[in-house]
Design a protein around this ligand. Sequence first.
Ligand code: ADQ
Length: 474
Amino acid sequence: MPEMRQSSLVVVANRLPIDDNQAPDGACEWRRSPGGLVSALHPLLRHTPATWVGWAGGTGTAPALPDVDGVRMHTVALSHDDLRDHYEGFANATLWPLYHDSVEQPQHHRRWWEAYQRVNQRFAEATSEVAEQGAVVWVQDYHLHLVPGQLRALRPDLRIGFFLHVPFPPPELFMQLPRRAELLRGMLGADLVGFQRAQAAHNFAQLVTKVLELPATDRRIGIDDRVVRIGAFPVSIDTAEMAALASRPDVAARARRLRQDLGDPRQVILSVDRMDYTKGIEQRLKAYSELLAGGDVKVRDTVLVQVAMPSRERVGQYQILRERIEREVGRINGEFGRVGEPAIHYLTRPFDRAELAALYRVADVMAVTPLRDGMNLVAKEYVAARVDDDGALLLSEFAGTAAELSQAYLVNPHDLEGLKQGLRAALRASPADVTERMRAMRAHLHRHDIRAWARSYLSALDETGTLVSRLTST
Ligand code: ADQ
């Protein structure tokens, strides 16, 4: 057997940062997927012998993958049962709804918990094999809560970080989890636990005190003979890359053509969501339908473009959601549309980055109204794409982004009247007001981009500063 190559930096995430693409000749090729985390870490990973541990998609034996842009890909295999019980079950039908205010009912099954432990252990073992002595390991998200603890048991020499991309709920909700103590202990295997918002770190500290009876503040927790640090590190996007894309002449031309194709309306409202019950799509459609019914918005004047990319399609709650949304879009178009003039342009396909940038440039109002969201990168992408300082961002108070982009038109998506009022205000805002708000938000994102996020997290994790000096030297 060839000797396992080891790295001084290991990123561990449920998915590897690659997609398999069908080449024109039908052959299968692996390509770097356009994810924010990959862009954030890429400058660092390139200059360090780094490995990414994750699942490549599919079930059965793990494919051996080539390095991608100099980063080693270490695959973890998942069986059909693992996928059903760990990914679709415990991660996405227990933790995901619970962490998002239980807007859908979380489900609890003992079989799911067994799979969660088993799959986390497999990730911990795979990581242990590829991490060199004293390496820095960065574990991502709610699929892998137990990995820090399991990895510490295997490899106490490692420096371990954990970052949660989704909200971390208040004690009233988290306490419902039958295996709450194990989950908390798993996270505390890390040296640094990072969240999107300070409130989440506060919730975590409260829970650790309550459930594990450990001494905890919002910054530090004592466990065994160690101190675990906790804190907020709001994730961001590659602001410069999105701005450069949106400035390209072909993207501007595509945006102009899109506007024509939409019938040259006076105003375009855009929403781009993963099809998920946390994103508030149904509430938004209801508000829009009432604005149409009340005559506040007229179909020829204004169009709504709703991009809703299906995800987790084998999870029952997601199938039901899709049916409900499609029925409602059909109803609204049937009632308010005209021949060649639908009230809502509804699109479910994936867009490439340039098309997405063109859509952002066309949108006079970008409606991002999740019921709860760890951050929401779409809102940040829209702001980064508005190199013309134009465009109104309608943003839910319950998106992590709202803590940073306070100049957006903020709304409570649970309040139908408030949502309608917010949409009306954004549609009728004066150009001067829109520009002033957009400028302030753009200035914020310019300073707080994804590299700043990775740098601030890793400098807190890696106290010796070796990794970060490499990052900043690039
Ligand atoms: P998500 O819930 O997936 O992320 P979000 O942050 O909005 O939500 O990211 C979605 C990404 O998918 C964006 O980059 C967007 O451009 C892209 N996307 C959406 N529809 C698309 C389409 N049709 N075609 C192509 N791309 C599309 C989770 C958490 C968030 C947190 C992020 C990052 O739920 O709260 O912000 O992780 O930490």
